[in-house]
Design a protein around this ligand. Structure first.
Ligand SMILES: Cc1cc2nc3c(=O)[nH]c(=O)nc-3n(C[C@H](O)[C@H](O)[C@H](O)COP(=O)(O)OP(=O)(O)OC[C@H]3O[C@@H](n4cnc5c(N)ncnc54)[C@H](O)[C@@H]3O)c2cc1C
Length: 321
């Protein structure tokens, strides 16, 4: 056992190839938009990545200052099994294949792991020279794996952040996709634009969250409407969830989701440790509360001492079409 957790049992990997000292990231792209966490995952792989999906050329711009070498594989529809089959030979020489832990990434990574006959490590927050760190229980504990065998990892968005180098240039190559064999992929019927309020909270760039200070379900409804106009995900404290005003998948905190948005708006939230530990490191925190000295107000960049519901109504009056 290491200081943080378990080692991968040696017997589990018998028959796997010897480790090669290379890391690469594979990132799905839809309509020119890389999957959540893609830039950070490419940074973790030292700037080496494969972009696969639709609009890969358009997506390159997002990786400026982070990517050194990108291989673009243009493909119309999302076909994770066919893609994994195609990618297996391209990534086989890399001992760690990083895939961002987004919805598309979570569909693709297990298929790549199967195609390469490698173990899959989820919740990874660090790929080091000699070890890979993964979290458990929403970040409460860490497993540390020695980098002794080839693996596929799902890399958690928001784990490491991104530092861009304005002088870095990126080398691009383009390859066509040639899947082989009989492949079972679901048939894509339609590509529906997302309802931002329903996105996985872990993937939301903006979160509008309700606490007990919104007072009732009507107050939560106002929060929901504000989230809709701001293109934000709806979050909540445990008190709101326990009262049945929102479902559990909206709860943020130690026993709920860990989020890491750019903007976090807290309406009537006191800022208990169990809640604050789940909000990540947002660039902007706005708190609306009648108590100017509660922890949420102290954590905010903008603290508005006001009634939550009347603030919500005023904002909706200004912002709703
Ligand atoms: C083991 C354990 C795990 C937990 N896990 C979580 C978790 O994952 N997530 C989580 O959120 N909590 C969790 N909790 C609960 C946590 O300790 C707090 O009780 C909870 O976060 C408080 O929620 P709240 O801010 O909505 O309510 P309160 O603490 O009751 O705060 C309400 C706030 O609303 C303000 N207010 C009141 N009226 C108004 C008004 N009219 N306008 C504006 N503001 C107003 C008040 O000033 C106050 O700041 C956990 C607790 C335990 C023991």
């Amino acid at each position: 056992m290491s200081e943080h957790g378990a080692r991968i049992p040696t017997g589990f990997f018998q028959g796997l190839q010897l480790c090669l000292p290379f890391v690469i990231t594979v990132a799905p792209v839809r309509h020119g938009v890389p999957t959540t966490g893609a830039v950070e995952a490419v940074a973790e792989a030292g700037g080496l990545g494969i972009l696969i999906g639709s609009g890969t050329d358009q997506a390159v711009e997002t990786f400026r200052g982070v990517a050194r070498s990108l291989s673009l594989r243009e493909a119309a529809a999302f076909r994770p099994t066919a893609w994994a089959d195609h990618l297996a030979s391209a990534v086989a020489a890399h001992d760690v294949v990083i895939v961002p832990m987004s919805r598309d990434g979570a569909d693709l990574a297990p298929r790549i792991a199967i195609a390469l006959e490698r173990p899959l490590l989820p919740n990874v927050v660090e790929v080091g020279q000699e070890r890979i760190v993964a979290t458990r229980l929403n970040g409460g504990l860490a497993d540390v794996y020695e980098r002794t065998v080839p693996v596929v990892v799902l890399f958690k968005p928001g784990s490491r952040g991104v530092v861009r180098d304005p002088l870095m240039t990126v080398k691009i190559d383009r390859r066509s996709i040639e899947p082989t064999g009989v492949l079972a992929d679901p048939v894509l019927v339609d590509d529906v634009p997302p309802d931002s309020r329903m996105v996985l909270l872990t993937e939301a760039d903006r979160v509008v969250a309700a606490g007990a200070g919104v007072e009732d379900e009507e107050g939560v409804g106002l929060t929901d409407r504000l989230a809709a106009v701001l293109g934000a995900g709806v979050g909540a404290t445990r008190v709101v969830v326990d009262r049945g005003w929102l479902p559990f998948d909206r709860q943020i905190g130690t026993t709920g989701a860990m989020v890491d948005p750019d903007l976090y708006m807290a309406f009537g939230i006191s800022g208990a440790t169990q809640h604050l530990s789940g909000i990540g490191d947002p660039r902007h925190v706005i708190s609306i509360n009648t108590d100017p000295s509660c922890a949420m107000m102290l954590r905010a960049n903008v603290a508005v001492v006001c009634d939550a519901r009347s603030t919500l109504r005023s904002l909706l009056q200004m912002l709703e079409p």
